[in-house]
Every structure is written in structure tokens, then in C-alpha cells.
Design a protein around this ligand. Structure first.
Ligand SMILES: [Zn+2]
Length: 205
């Protein structure tokens, strides 16, 4: 294969869910676009890091426009007593879109892999611990909802978090609930519809 095509295809392959075949389809699709499209496309990619930042409170990405925190963390009408921990931004977006939850969030950035594998650097476990500690000491937090997909990694992550929060929980008792208990096995939050999420939230435990 042509080197130029190969090189770009390799970039696409680094994205989640993209295999070599689909990566090449993207490259050929781009080849068929005009220069103006490609310029706007590259500009949008470059703009990502310029316009977006990670919220220091919940770690989700947001368009900063000179704001320190994201619009959810700035919202004084939200319920300070609940913190929902999600794996990734798209899971949070899906829950927000369903309009079933009015507490705060924390985006973990990834999941804890099966036993024996190393913790990926994108999993912000320490930041989560600090956030919980801060909110608990400020007497805001009463409940944490671990909202991960109903997969072995999701389960593993929930167990891990319950364990690291044990010392805090002994001093300042908080409820730690799992959304996964209300989801059928294999359900991924990213693709769950509003009714499924609503049921899972009501049946959390
Ligand atoms: Zn935030």
C-alpha cells in the first residue's frame, strides 16, 4: 500500500473501535473530499486542544471560554449530595441527555483491567480519591454512584474504588451504590437508552 495512505490509516487505527479496514475506508473517503473540506477537518482537530480543557472538578472535557470549571460543576441548582462516577465523557453525555440525574459527576477516564494487568495511566484513580475526600470533608457528599458498564472491567473497577474509599468511608460514612446492579450483563452505558438508564438509576444498590 502507498506510504501516505498507510501512514494516515495508522492514525485512524489508534482510535477506539477502528480496525485496519475501516481506517483505510476513512483515508479513501478523505481522498475523495475537496481541499476545503480537508482544511476545515484538520482545523477542527487542531482546535480540540486549543478550545477544550479538562474540568478540574469532574475531569470531563468542556469548551472553556475562560471558565475555570465546566457548566455542570458551576450549576448551583444541582444536587451536591450525589457524585456519579463514569468511565468516559460519552457515558456522562448519555446520562445527561436522558435527563434523569441532577447530581455531580466524575469522569474516571478508563477502567481497571483484569487482575494482573497494570493500571492504565488515563485512569484517574488518585484524582477521584482526592475529589471524594474534598467533598466528604466539606460535608457535601452523601452518596457515590459507580456507573460503569455491566462488563467484567466495569465490575472490577467498582470493586477497586470501593476498596480505596474504605478508609474515607470509615471516618465519614457515605453510601456507595452501583448502577451496574440495575443493568443486564453486557450493557454498555454509552449505548444504553434513557429508559434503561432510568431503571438502572432507580434500582441502584
Ligand atoms: Zn466539571
Amino acid at each position: 500500500m502507498n506510504y501516505t495512505i498507510q501512514k494516515l490509516a495508522e492514525y485512524f487505527e489508534k482510535l477506539p473501535g477502528i480496525g485496519p479496514r475501516q481506517a483505510r475506508r476513512f483515508v479513501y473517503a478523505l481522498l475523495n473530499k475537496d481541499v476545503n473540506f480537508l482544511e476545515q477537518f484538520s482545523k477542527s482537530i487542531l482546535g480540540l486542544k486549543k478550545d477544550m480543557r479538562s474540568c478540574p472538578e469532574c475531569r470531563r472535557f468542556f469548551e472553556s471560554k475562560n471558565n475555570e470549571n465546566c457548566q455542570i460543576c458551576r450549576d448551583v441548582n444541582r444536587n451536591k449530595n450525589i457524585l456519579l462516577v463514569a468511565e468516559k465523557d460519552v457515558d456522562l453525555d448519555n446520562i445527561e441527555k436522558a435527563g434523569i440525574y441532577d447530581g455531580f459527576y466524575f469522569v474516571l477516564g478508563g477502567l481497571v483491567p483484569a487482575v494482573g494487568s497494570e493500571m492504565p495511566s488515563e485512569v484517574k484513580m488518585k484524582k477521584l480519591f482526592e475529589k471524594v475526600k474534598k467533598e466528604v470533608v466539606a460535608k457535601n457528599l452523601k452518596e457515590i454512584i459507580l456507573a460503569f458498564s455491566a462488563t467484567p472491567e466495569g465490575e472490577n473497577t467498582a470493586l477497586y474504588i470501593e476498596k480505596i474509599l474504605e478508609p474515607i468511608n470509615k471516618k465519614f460514612p457515605i453510601k456507595i451504590n452501583r448502577l451496574g446492579r440495575g443493568l443486564s450483563t453486557g450493557t454498555e452505558l454509552e449505548y444504553a437508552d434513557s429508559d434503561t438508564l432510568k431503571n438502572a438509576l432507580e434500582r441502584r444498590g
